[in-house]
Unconditional design. Structure first.
Length: 63
């Protein structure tokens, strides 16, 4: 929590890597972590898979 607070005091965004459990996700959200990545949120994607995923999300967002 101290690292996240320090980064925020320096106006930095915090990215947590390796989030694998709901408990980790809940903890990071409670600490106002800005971004998270890990197997809990998505398996590794190829560049093509990533592009398709982002296009689907953008389409849903703009409808």
């Amino acid at each position: 929590t101290g690292i996240i607070a320090l980064a925020h005091s320096l106006r930095l965004d915090v990215v947590a890597e390796g989030v694998e459990t709901e408990a980790q996700l809940a903890f990071l959200r409670a600490q106002s972590c800005d971004m998270m990545q890990g197997y809990l949120l998505s398996q590794p994607l190829s560049a093509e898979q990533f592009a398709r995923t982002m296009m689907k999300k953008e389409t849903r967002r703009t409808q």
